[in-house]
Write a protein that binds this ligand. Structure first.
Ligand SMILES: NC(=O)c1ccc[n+]([C@@H]2O[C@H](COP(=O)([O-])OP(=O)(O)OC[C@H]3O[C@@H](n4cnc5c(N)ncnc54)[C@H](O)[C@@H]3O)[C@@H](O)[C@H]2O)c1
Length: 260
C-alpha cells in the first residue's frame, strides 16, 4: 500500500453534494482522483459543481424516493461502469422545538429524509456492491444521535438510527466485502449550521465554550475522516460511527470546558 488513500479511479457516488459536507467531500475525492457521480435535490446548484469537479455524472432527486435512489445508482453504473463507494450526506436539520410544539408531519418529514433516505440510498448502492463482493459506504450520523438533546426530537433519534443502521447493515454485508460506517460530525461550519445560528437556534459562543478543542469544525475535517472510512486505509473497520467533533461527546462536565 502507498501513502495515498488509494481512491484514484474508485467510482464514488456522493449524495448531498451541492452544499456543505457533501460538497467538501466531493472536492477531497476529486483531489484524490476518484471518479465522481454527484446527487442532490438542488439540481441547478449541482450542475455547476459537477462541471467544476469533473464528475462523470450528476443526478437530481430526493433521497426519500426509492425510484430516485435507484435511478442515481443506475446512472452511476452506466456513467462510471460500476460503483465502489457511496458517501451519503443528503440531509436536513430539524425545526429545533419543544416536544409539545412539534407538528407531527414536520417530524415525520425529518425522520424520512434522515432515516428512510439513508436506508434507501445505502440499499440502492449495495445492490451493486454486494454482487461484486466489494464496496465501501459512509453515512452521516451526528453527535445529536450520540447524546441527548432537548428540542431535537426528530433529528436526534433519526441520527441514532443511522448509527444503528451502519451496525446492522455491516453485520449483513461484511461477508460480501461491503463495509459500511458512519461519521458523527460535531458542530461544523456549513450553510446548515450558519442557518441555525442566524435563526438563534444555536449559540456559537456557547458551542465553542462547550467544545474541548475550543472551536467549530470545518467541512474539510469531516471530508477527510469520511475519505479515510471510504478508503482501504480503514479496511478492517465496519459498523462504527466515528465522532468528528473536537471532543464534544468526550466532555461530560457541566458548563464551559475552561471552567474545570
Ligand atoms: N453541519 C453540521 O454541523 C452537521 C453536524 C452533524 C451532522 N451533519 C449532517 O451532515 C450532513 C450534511 O450536512 P450539511 O451541514 O453539509 O448540510 P447542508 O444543508 O449544507 O447540505 C445538505 C445537502 O443535502 C441536500 N438534501 C437535503 N435533503 C435532500 C433530499 N431529500 N434529497 C437529496 N438531497 C437533499 C441539500 O440540497 C444540500 O445540498 C447531513 O446529514 C447533516 O445532518 C451536519
Amino acid at each position: 500500500m502507498t501513502n495515498s488513500l488509494g481512491l484514484a479511479g474508485k467510482r464514488v457516488l456522493v449524495t448531498g453534494a451541492a452544499s456543505g459536507i457533501g460538497l467538501e467531500t466531493a472536492r477531497v475525492l476529486a483531489e484524490e482522483q476518484a471518479v465522481l457521480i454527484l446527487m442532490d435535490r438542488d439540481e441547478a446548484m449541482l450542475a455547476g459543481i459537477a462541471r467544476e469537479l469533473g464528475a462523470v455524472a450528476s443526478a437530481g432527486g430526493d433521497v426519500t424516493r426509492e425510484e430516485d435512489c435507484d435511478a442515481m445508482v443506475a446512472k452511476a453504473a452506466v456513467a462510471a461502469g460500476g460503483l465502489d463507494g457511496l458517501v451519503h450526506c443528503a440531509g436536513i436539520s430539524d425545526r429545533v422545538a419543544k416536544a409539545f410544539d412539534i407538528d407531527i408531519d414536520e417530524w415525520q418529514h425529518i425522520v424520512d429524509v434522515t432515516l428512510r433516505g439513508t436506508f434507501l440510498a445505502c440499499r440502492a448502492a449495495a445492490r451493486i456492491m454486494v454482487p461484486q463482493q466489494r464496496g465501501s459506504i459512509v453515512a452521516m450520523s451526528s453527535i445529536r444521535g450520540l447524546i441527548g438533546s432537548p428540542r431535537r426530537h426528530a433529528y436526534g433519534p433519526a441520527k441514532t438510527a443511522v448509527a444503528m443502521m451502519a451496525k446492522n447493515l455491516a453485520c449483513e454485508w461484511s461477508l460480501s466485502g461491503v463495509r459500511i460506517n458512519a461519521v458523527a460530525p460535531g458542530f461544523i461550519r456549513t450553510p446548515m449550521t450558519d442557518r441555525l445560528i442566524a435563526e438563534g437556534k444555536l449559540d456559537e459562543g456557547l458551542l465553542i465554550d462547550r467544545t474541548p478543542m475550543g472551536r467549530l469544525g470545518s467541512p474539510l475535517e469531516i471530508a477527510r475522516a469520511t475519505a479515510f472510512l471510504l478508503s482501504d486505509w480503514s479496511s478492517y473497520i465496519t459498523g462504527v460511527t466515528l465522532p468528528v467533533d473536537g471532543g464534544w461527546v468526550a466532555y461530560g462536565g457541566a458548563g464551559p470546558v475552561e471552567a474545570h
